[in-house]
Design a protein around this ligand. Sequence first.
Ligand code: NAP
Ligand code: F7E
Length: 350
Amino acid sequence: MTKTALVIGITGQDGSYLAELLLSKGYEVHGVIRRASLFNTDRLDHLYNDPHDPTTQLMLHYGDLSESTSLRRICDQVQPDEIYNLGAQSHVRVSFMQPEYTADVVAMGTLRMLEVLRDYSAASGKAVRMYQAGSSEMFGASPPPQNEETRFHPRSPYGVSKAAAFWHCVNYREAYGLFIANGILFNHESPRRGETFVSRKITRAAGRIKLGLQEHLYLGNLDARRDWGYAPDSVEAMWLMLQHPEADDFVIATGEDHSVRDFLDKAFEMVGLDWTKYVEIDQRYMRPSEVDHLHGDASKARAALGWAPKVDFDGLVSTMVEHDLVLAEQEKTLKDAGHSITPRGQFADG
Ligand code: NAP
Ligand code: F7E
């Protein structure tokens, strides 16, 4: 029987890979998108068909985590078997500038979704399953390695909001017997990563600098260490969590960590450049309180879900640099034809 999934945050990095995975497994996929003045479905365009085509398996609906009415109506209309809550203001630095908004979407938005889930489960009689996108930012200052037993000590409004969302999910699981799985995912990247996250900022700059389209790369703290994995590996773990017999919480990580400097070394080495000649430190990219060292221990997911990462750090950086070199070549063609090219990733103060 065809399963139906509802993905909140389908236009994001993970949402697009998850939609691909679910469609490949024969799911009917519905996504919640926000109204924007420009189209914001770039990451989905290769999957999307005309909704008037009766065979289409991917449908998009306007809604927002700040409005429970829209979530409720979409749920009632779509009748999902599985709900993936990936929606968030997901940028840590931005969360210091927009703390109330971040808390509203990330923490309150999850609570709104849980209330919808609670009523929809009761009314439909379905054994609905929900995935909540938790984050290693919840561990924050707790020393590595971090696993499911590690104390939360978040260091940003984003991290605090994700921790609140995590506990709301645990509470709804215990109070109402709902199937809700919290993923605690460490950083995961890809060629679809937003361009203001450090990995993509670096790989975009490496390609552009190589082709003479950009002179400098402005960054913040180069000493932070992260457990960087590959986004398609991560979304597979989300799906596995909802196929597990019991709702539980799982750390998803590679078990390897690297500094921002290491990322720069690898990415610039691939394009044959010395990054120290191009990188400048800009205080705008420093955080009022930093998370210094994340290194996850995903043994529980490995044992219970059979999950393991398929792409390592070198493979991840290579995939991103190769992709962004092609993008830079396209930009160069446009520039040579008289169009203006702007490195937007380092415009805003986030
Ligand atoms: P992302 O690229 O920033 O995507 C976030 C998604 O949430 C986008 O589709 C965005 O829509 C949507 N969204 C934002 N505000 C919303 C609102 N008010 N209502 C409904 N949807 C809203 O993030 P990602 O990297 O794919 O991450 C997916 C989820 O995992 C997020 O919850 C993130 O916090 C969490 N997470 C990410 C990582 C990571 O390393 N990537 C690690 C741990 C946890 P627009 O496209 O319209 O902006
Ligand atoms: O920063 C440092 C920065 O913004 C990584 C989100 O997906 O993963 C992500 O959060 C590190 C930090 O990711 C710049 O200070 C240096 O130490 O790429 P990031 P993040 O903050 O780890 C977690 C797991 C999530 O859940 C989040 O949603 O890199 N860094 N210079 C910089 N970071 C940025 N963005 N820009 C810089 O110029």
